[in-house]
Design a protein around this ligand. Structure first.
Ligand code: BTN
Length: 324
């Protein structure tokens, strides 16, 4: 951890516009040039794209701004149910979802952002690549008193909230690929992972994890085996990660409250507007079965409706393997 702290100190001094020499970095941080070289190697290893040119120094692909709980809280459109003290930013954790799942269930919402995750989790036990500065990686825990039958639609509501938060920052053209990928022209911008812990007939404790790509470097992209996109490709102006984090959090809080009060039905119209799969022919892996059909939107509990000849099948969970 101490080594990582030092590596972040170096990262904060690097710029995308000009080279910084090892010597000047060493002088600024009061350490040796060898120590700087070690930190640079460490940063490269964890997925930061650093260009080194002998005689000139080091440069990064995109300017790095540390996430800050104070800035995130200050920018919240409305704090809603989020307390200042419930927002935490870590430099490194295994997975923000895993950290919140390990906490004792609490009625108070907890929000954890991390600059870097060593074991970021995706759906279906996939790895989620989360390099420092490459995105906004965070989880929010929330206690739902009476999980309704539409609770399975929680991930869909979170997807709608991500799109709505980003629209406020001027990012348009985003769509939702059932169950909860946020895409732009089919390329993945954000993923959502929901983990639940519930007592029999008691409250349900949900950890909602969101990974949004903001500036994925080359080395991260090489490790990802699907078409991805990031915020820097979708916005003409530079958007601060702290601002993006606040927009996501405000929107999430607002949409979750509406979901609790009104259920998923009130979101079906928004889903239809953003539905990437609507009217497309699909192949879906449901457990070990493959279902084929034409997507006809979602029902009141967020299940995918798949037309198979004269019948419409309700798909509660599955993974899209192919668009036919
Ligand atoms: C997916 O599309 O497969 C879901 C990806 C979810 C990634 C986020 S990043 C923050 C949170 N912590 C994790 O370990 N995973 C989620």
């Amino acid at each position: 951890m101490r080594q990582l702290n030092r590596a972040f100190d170096v990262l904060e001094l690097l710029s995308s516009k000009e080279y910084r020499s090892g010597e000047s970095l060493a002088a600024k941080l009061g350490v040796s040039r060898v120590a700087i070289w070690r930190q640079i190697e460490h940063l490269k290893k964890i997925g930061v794209d650093i260009i080194s040119v002998s005689g000139q120094g080091y440069k990064i692909q995109a300017d790095f701004e540390m996430l800050s709980a104070v800035k995130i809280y200050k920018n919240l459109a409305s704090a809603g149910g989020i307390n200042k003290s419930s927002i935490r930013v870590s430099k490194v954790v295994d997975s923000t979802n895993a950290v919140l799942m390990r906490l004792p269930p609490s009625r108070e919402q907890q929000v954890l952002f991390s600059e870097f995750q060593t074991a970021g989790k995706g759906r279906r036990d996939d790895e989620w690549i989360s390099p420092p500065g490459g995105g906004v990686w965070f989880s929010l825990s929330r206690c739902f008193d009476s999980p309704t039958s539409s609770f399975s639609a929680l991930g869909l509501v979170v997807g709608i909230s991500v799109i709505s938060g980003l629209q406020k920052l001027g990012i348009n053209g985003l769509q939702l690929k059932w169950p909860n990928d946020v895409v732009f022209e089919g390329a993945k911008l954000a993923g959502i992972l929901i983990e639940l812990r519930s007592e029999v007939s008691g409250p349900c404790f949900a950890v909602i994890g969101i990974g949004l790509n903001t500036n994925l470097g080359l080395s991260a992209r090489r490790k990802i085996d699907k078409k991805v996109i990031d915020i820097s490709q979708l916005s003409d102006k530079h958007l601060s990660r702290n601002l993006v984090a606040s927009a996501l959090l405000s929107s999430l809080d607002e949409h979750l409250s509406a979901f609790e009060n009104l259920g998923f039905q009130s979101f079906r119209e928004s889903w239809r507007r953003f539905d990437f799969l609507l009217d497309k022919e699909l192949k879906i892996l449901c457990g070990s079965r493959v279902e084929t059909g034409r997507a006809e939107g979602v029902d009141d509990i967020g299940a995918l409706l798949l037309r198979q000849g004269g019948e419409v099948k309700q798909i509660l969970s599955g993974h899209i393997i192919e668009l036919v």
